[in-house]
Design a binder for this molecule. Structure first.
Ligand SMILES: [Zn+2]
Length: 89
């Protein structure tokens, strides 16, 4: 019996497994991702594996949020002072 919806679902799950990235890979990509995000160039299709990893991994999510906050300050022309950095960490 054909069950295309179920097969699509199973394929989606195995695709996700194939595309899962490690924390090391995530750290490699996250600064690039933050640059794109601050530039307003991030969408659902932007580094989807990275987005998925950030949803699942609290450690990388924290790293990402710090980088993003710093990048936003820089984009505003308000590069953080040493004191700002200390309080962020
Ligand atoms: Zn991670």
């Amino acid at each position: 019996m054909e069950r295309p919806a179920l097969r699509r679902l199973l394929r989606a799950i195995s695709d996700t497994d194939d595309e899962e990235i490690s924390c090391a890979k995530c750290f490699d990509l996250v600064s690039e991702y933050v640059d794109l995000e601050v530039a307003g160039m991030v969408g659902e299709q932007t580094l989807p594996q990275l987005q998925q990893h950030l949803r699942q991994c609290g450690v990388c999510r924290e790293e990402y949020e710090i980088l993003r906050d710093l990048a936003r300050l820089e984009a505003d022309g308000r590069a953080p002072s040493a004191d700002d950095l200390r309080s962020a960490l």
